[in-house]
Ligand binder design. Structure first.
Ligand SMILES: C[S@@+](CC[C@H](N)C(=O)[O-])C[C@H]1O[C@@H](n2cnc3c(N)ncnc32)[C@H](O)[C@@H]1O
Length: 231
């Protein structure tokens, strides 16, 4: 397993505020970029080389379509879904402005409808900053169906906030999160939950972990998993 420390702590902090920013979809990308000092965009750039050129990609929670556009620039075709009509409106406008409608299929749906997606129909599943917004059951369901919709040898790339492995780092994460979560809850009446053991959940869903990149404080991870070639 490939594992090195990377400075994308700003992306973790953005995870706490993102529920507030989602309330303003048109300025979401700009504000996320500002709050994270460009690190959310950097995380998305790190997803791109993990997807092979020309791949058919499913994006869970595609939001405003920023990652989808980057994947399309790499030659991928993307099916993106999201539960928010407002976020998808921004994604549709973005893609239409670039004349890329034939490369992106967008659906308004929640992860609970993933059992309706066709089996073995994608080469890659990607998701950034979404799984922490799901309940434990929704997240496991999403991972199980990600495995089902991928072809043999398919890859999954997840970037999201996670619970650090060392006690001292967990304590730091908790201390940083509490005041910001309180603010987020006051404004949006929702919150996010860092994932306790994402590699273990991916393994349960049938993936082998190929790469795990953690932020300096161990609280943000980019994880790449793959399915066996023959199954
Ligand atoms: C923080 S935004 C991230 C958007 C995009 N992935 C990105 O990185 O820019 C989280 C997205 O997940 C979507 N989302 C949250 N819960 C969802 C669910 N149960 N099913 C589908 N999408 C969901 C939200 O609507 C929102 O667009």
């Amino acid at each position: 397993m490939f594992h090195y420390q990377q400075k994308f702590e700003g992306a973790m902090l953005s995870c706490i505020f993102m529920k507030i920013l989602e309330g303003r979809p048109r300025s979401y990308d700009r504000r996320m970029d500002k709050i994270s000092r460009g690190q959310v965009k950097r995380v998305k750039e790190m997803v791109i080389p993990e997807v092979s050129e020309g791949a058919q990609v499913l994006e869970i929670g595609c939001g405003t379509g920023e990652l989808a556009e980057m994947l399309i620039a790499r030659g991928a075709t993307v099916t993106g879904f999201d539960s928010s009509r407002e976020m998808l409106d921004v994604a549709r406008n973005r893609i239409a402005a670039k004349g890329l409608e034939d490369k992106l299929d967008i659906q308004q749906m929640g992860v609970e409808a993933m059992d309706g997606l066709q089996a073995s129909s994608f080469d890659a599943v990607v998701s950034t900053l979404v799984l922490t917004e799901l309940s434990d059951d929704e997240r496991r369901f999403a991972l199980k169906h990600s495995s089902r919709v991928l072809r043999p040898g398919g890859v999954i790339i997840i970037a999201d906030e996670v619970v650090p492995r060392k006690v001292i780092q967990r304590l730091f994460q908790t201390l940083v999160r509490i005041p910001m979560l309180a603010l987020t809850y006051l404004v949006s009446h929702t919150s996010t939950h860092p994932i306790e053991d994402l590699p273990a959940e991916l393994k349960t869903a049938g993936f082998t972990i190929k790469k795990e990149i953690r932020s300096q404080g161990d609280s943000f991870a980019l994880i790449v998993g793959s399915l066996p070639e023959n199954q």
